[in-house]
Structure formats: structure tokens, C-alpha cells
Design a protein around this ligand. Structure first.
Ligand code: SDX
Length: 428
């Protein structure tokens, strides 16, 4: 006998099925609640509400587990590459040699963007935040590829849009950096791998090609893997709900970029470094900042700490923290901000306020230290997150389309004025 949930409302008993996932997560299927009882549920921030069933990414917040299509993040971080993980997330299986080579070739073929797009960059002020530039430019891709408008146009058209997005986002991102520097853009070199190509577009100048450092390229590939997907987070949910209206994939991804920009989400990696810099410039007194974070009258939050799902540790933070030491050692960099980050983490993990609220470093706490070490400017940190998260957003969108999810349209509980008649202006 399968499990059910009984609600007693207004003396009536309603019974709803309980659904169980492949990792034994359970949910009450209330899709018939309003039709049967007239009631809706209320759950601001969807803290207790599942928006969908999904087979892409599994998180266990209590055990600190993260897996993509069943493969642990630890194994993928150690053994895979970003484009192989992108294929896994989007297609559902690890590619064989031929599939991976064909995927890589399709990405390489589309790294260039239409030369007309350079005019968009010239229209932005040089101080424009690169996330705003990237979101606009990704959205404008739908204008250059009108045939991609229809998400149901067929597998080849969807695949081509997917290749174009994954191939072009590093180019668009690097060009937003060049625009901020008022430097000429650098074109992709397709003999390089994904991370190497991005780095040379970011840092080459007409007089000198960027010298690829394998340590740096590998660290970047690792960071992209660690950011690749995270189930129904704010930006992935945004991509799914925008895509559920049958808007095209480019514009759905652009909406995800907008959601990621917020400092409570992907924008936290930039906010962490700015916070650590402030602490360093203020004498390095981490206790003072922990007290600020605990003070309800102080809007200051410990950026890079806490998570909606992870209530033990964020496995990505553990991997990145170790990579920080390895990359900075390999590059011979001694960054005092890393020492402050470690001091802050150690102090917070002994502080009852953080322990009681199960607040631990999340993916954004240490990632900025590696970005800094490899020369990425702070304002570009969230753009790096977006490049890494793109395959996850695409996989989430594709699953939503292929499972024919209805348009997302939550209900509400109205608390405004009751019915009243219009009052003429001269009588108010
Ligand atoms: C990402 O969802 C994902 O998967 C996201 C992500 C992904 O890969 O897509 O993992 C990426 O967005 C990571 C999170 C990056 N954001 C930050 O680092 C910003 C700082 N952290 C927070 O603002 C907060 O922890 C959130 C937004 C991450 C989670 O917020 P919740 O789940 O809504 O928790 P909450 O705000 O209700 O906090 C619960 C309590 C509150 O205190 P009380 O009211 O119970 O007394 O914890 C406190 C909060 O004030 N709290 C913090 C805190 N985070 C939570 N107090 C101080 N500093 C913090 N960072």
C-alpha cells in the first residue's frame, strides 16, 4: 500500500499521494489540492516546496552530498573535465570517446560571435558590470539566430542552440572584460581547450599572447565543474519558469544570468572577496565581523556562509578550499586574504550563532581566492559562476521542455483591500 498524506480541512478529509524519489526523498503530491479543497499551500521562498521531479542533480544537505546524474562531485572533480561534465548533465550519460570528440568539435565550431555584436559592447559604459553586459548579450543571441526561437523545433535546432551557448559564453564574457578595460577584443583560438581559450581571450593583448599555465587552466576547469549544476536553486528555477512559457533558450538563460547576479546567490563570490578585503584593511579582526554578522540590527551578513540546502558542509567548498592551497602554492602566491578566510571560517565554526543555524562556508566562500590568484578581476567572479553553471541551466531547461511541464504560475493568498467603489478625485 503506497503512502498517502491526509489533510483534514473544514471537517473534510482529503488524501494525497506521497511520491518517493530514487534517493528516498519524499514529497506530498498536492497537484489536486485546490481542485478538491479550494485551498492552496503557502511557502515563501519555496523552502518546503518541490517544483518538479528531476533526474539531473542530487543534493543531500545533511550529509553534504552532491552528485550529477549519479556521479559524485568528488569523483567528477578529480577525474573529469568541464565539457565532459556538461555533456553528462545535458545528455544524462558520460560520453564515449566519439561522443565527447563530436561534442568538443561542435563547441569549437561556434566560439566566434557575430562581428556586429561588438557594437553592443561599444554602447555600454566602460564601468558597466559584466553580469549586466553578459545577460544582455546572451539575450541578443536570439536576434542573431531567429530559427532558434521555437524550443520545440526539433533536436537538431535545440542541439545547435546548446552548442552556440556553451561555445559563445566564454567569448562574450571575455569581451565584456576587454570592454571594461577599453582594450581591443581577442578572438577565440580553437586549438586550445575550453579554459585555455577563455584565459587567452581574457588576458592576451595585441603585443603579447597570454602564456597558458596548465595549473591555472586546470584550476579554472575544476571551478567550472564545481559550479555546473545545483538542482532547483534560484537561477535554475528562473530558467525553468521563463522557459515554461515557451520563450527561447537564449532568453531563458539570460534570465538565469540575471537571477545569479544577486549577492545572495552567485553574486556572493564577489561580495566575499570585498568582505575579506574590508576585514584585511580594517586590521584583520575577524571577531568584529562575526559580531556584526550576528547583530540583527546590522545588515552585514557573512558572505559565502550559509545555504538553503547544505546544513552540514558544502562539498564544493571543501574541494575549492584544498584547491586554493594547491593553486596558490603552485603559483607561488601568498594571499593574506586566504589566511583571513581560513581564520574567519575557523572562528565561525566554533561560534554558537553559526553552529546553531548550521551556517558553513558555501561554494562562494573560497572560489574568489582562486579567481584572484589566476588574475580574474573581482567584478568578473559572478560571470565565472555563470560560465560554469550554463550546462546545468541548459540541462534543467531541456528536462522541463522534454517532460512537457506546464507553464509555471504559482497561486497566492490575497491580503489587499476588499471590494470598494471608485471615488472621484475631487471627493478624496
Ligand atoms: C549560492 O541554492 C543554491 O543551491 C545556491 C548555490 C548554487 O550552487 O546555485 O549553492 C549558490 O547561491 C550559495 C549561497 C551564496 N550566498 C551567500 O553566501 C550569501 C550569504 N548567505 C545567506 O544570505 C543565506 O545563508 C542564504 C541566502 C544562502 C540562505 O538563506 P536562507 O536559507 O533563506 O536562510 P535564512 O536567510 O532564513 O537564514 C536562517 C538564519 C537567519 O537567522 P535567524 O532569523 O534564524 O536568527 O541564519 C541567518 C539568518 O539571519 N543567516 C546568516 C547568514 N546566512 C543565514 N547570518 C549571518 N550571515 C549569513 N551568511
Amino acid at each position: 500500500m503506497s503512502e498517502t498524506a491526509k489533510f483534514i480541512l473544514n471537517g473534510e478529509t482529503y488524501e494525497f499521494p506521497v511520491t518517493e524519489g530514487s534517493e528516498n526523498e519524499k514529497g506530498i503530491d498536492i497537484s489536486k489540492l485546490r481542485g478538491q479543497s479550494g485551498y492552496v499551500t503557502l511557502d515563501p521562498g519555496y523552502k518546503n516546496t518541490g517544483a518538479t521531479e528531476s533526474g539531473i542533480t542530487f543534493l543531500d544537505g545533511e550529509k553534504g552530498i552532491l552528485s550529477y546524474r549519479g556521479y559524485s562531485i568528488e569523483e567528477l572533480a578529480e577525474k573529469s573535465t568541464f565539457l565532459e561534465v556538461a555533456y553528462l548533465l545535458i545528455e544524462g550519460e558520460l560520453p564515449n570517446k566519439e561522443q565527447l570528440e563530436s561534442f568538443n568539435e561542435n563547441i569549437r565550431k561556434h566560439t566566434l560571435v557575430a562581428e556586429d555584436m561588438r557594437k553592443f559592447y561599444q554602447a555600454f559604459p566602460h564601468h558597466a558590470h559584466p553580469m549586466g553586459v553578459l545577460g544582455s548579450l546572451v539575450n541578443s543571441l536570439s536576434s542573431f539566430y531567429p530559427e532558434s526561437q521555437d524550443p520545440n523545433r526539433g533536436e537538431d535546432a535545440v542541439d545547435l542552440t546548446i552548442y552556440r551557448l556553451i561555445a559563445k559564453i566564454p567569448t562574450l564574457a571575455a569581451w565584456s572584460h576587454k570592454n571594461a578595460q577599453r582594450h581591443p577584443v581577442v578572438y577565440p583560438k580553437n586549438e586550445l581547450n575550453y579554459s585555455e581559450n577563455f584565459l587567452q581571450m581574457m588576458f592576451s593583448v595585441p603585443s603579447e599572447d597570454y602564456k597558458i599555465d596548465p595549473v591555472v587552466a586546470k584550476a579554472l576547469d575544476l571551478l567550472f565543474i564545481l559550479h555546473a549544476d545545483h538542482e532547483q536553486n534560484c537561477s535554475a528555477s528562473t530558467v525553468r519558469i521563463v522557459g515554461s512559457s515557451q520563450a527561447n533558450l537564449y532568453t531563458s538563460i539570460s534570465a538565469g544570468i540575471s537571477a545569479l547576479w544577486g549577492p545572495l546567490h552567485g553574486g556572493a563570490n564577489q561580495a566575499v572577496i570585498e568582505m575579506l578585503e574590508d576585514i584585511k584593511n580594517d586590521g584583520g579582526d575577524v571577531t568584529k565581523y562575526l559580531d556584526k554578522a550576528k547583530d540583527k540590527n546590522d545588515p552585514f551578513r557573512l558572505m559565502g556562509f550559509g545555504h538553503r540546502v547544505y546544513k552540514n558542509f558544502d562539498p564544493r567548498a571543501r574541494i575549492i578550499k584544498k584547491a586554493c592551497d594547491d593553486v596558490l602554492d603552485a603559483l607561488g602566491i601568498d594571499d593574506p586574504v586566504l589566511d583571513i578566510a581560513k581564520k574567519l571560517e575557523a572562528a565561525a565554526l566554533e561560534d554558537p550563532y553559526f553552529v546553531d543555524r548550521k551556517l558553513y562556508p558555501n561554494v562562494d566562500f573560497y572560489s574568489g581566492i582562486i579567481y584572484r590568484a589566476i588574475g580574474i578581476p573581482t567584478e568578473m567572479f559572478t560571470v565565472m559562476f555563470a560560465i560554469g553553471r550554463l550546462p546545468g541551466w541548459i540541462a534543467q531547461w531541456k528536462e522541463m521542455i522534454e517532460t512537457k511541464q506546464p507553464i509555471g504560475r504559482p497561486r497566492q493568498i490575497y491580503t489587499g483591500a476588499n471590494a470598494r467603489n471608485y471615488v472621484e478625485l475631487n471627493k478624496r
